[in-house]
Design a binder for this molecule. Structure first.
Ligand SMILES: [Mg+2]
Length: 207
């Protein structure tokens, strides 16, 4: 294994620091709208790239709501709709512990690089305070770019003046790992915590 000195750690958010499942959104709506076809609901969002539009900040949530309300004849109000939209996350206790530990060491600069939008980020900061440890952030909806686009990685490196070869990305998406690696960053695939830790501890000598 090539030796390198990592000083910057970049965390992905969804399914890395916190787990999520978007089906809680459609299932939540379906609790109110008895005839909602949740599969069709999810398919419509993906087919029309509404999710991508939201994370790249090219669509606001009022328009998102209006579109779905009209298409699926929803009776639910905007506030409840947005609550179901946001309440799709739960804690990753292993990553919580690790992040708190690393931040106490004060040896590394820590970053968040996430494909997300404002309601999700607000919900996470409120409900998962350990994520607030990460103050240095590049968020897709603010910069109008998203992973695995290379430009968002370049933006992160330039914004914080990071050397790619002293920077490691932790992410659960293979395409993001590939994009980071193509720019000379180190990248560790987050699938199971145990597998991740065996690689991560080699890099940082953290147990
Ligand atoms: Mg992720």
């Amino acid at each position: 294994m090539k030796k390198y000195k990592v000083v910057n750690i970049v965390f992905d958010l969804g399914n890395t620091l916190v787990f999520f499942d978007h089906s809680y959104f459609s299932n939540g709506i379906a609790e109110r709208e008895k005839r909602l076809n949740t599969a069709a609901f999810r398919k419509y969002i993906i087919k029309n790239k509404l999710d991508t539009k939201l994370i790249s900040g090219r669509m606001n949530h009022r328009d998102f709501f209006r579109k779905l309300k009209k298409k699926f004849d929803l009776k639910i109000g905007y506030t409840d709709f947005m609550y179901f939209y946001s309440d799709v996350f739960w804690e990753n206790p292993n990553m919580k512990r690790l992040l708190e530990k690393i931040s106490r060491i004060r040896k590394y600069k820590l970053f968040l690089l996430s494909n997300t939008d404002s309601p999700h980020m607000t919900f996470i900061d409120k409900n998962f305070p350990y994520v607030r440890i990460l103050k240095n952030r590049v968020l897709s909806y603010k910069v109008h770019m998203y992973k695995p686009q290379k430009k968002i990685f370049k933006y992160l490196l330039e914004k914080y003046r990071l050397e790619p070869d002293t920077t490691v990305l932790i992410d659960d998406m293979k395409d993001n790992i590939k994009a980071a690696a193509s720019l000379g960053m180190h990248a560790i695939y987050y699938e199971s915590h145990r597998k991740f830790m065996s690689e991560f501890s080699k890099v940082l000598k953290i147990k």
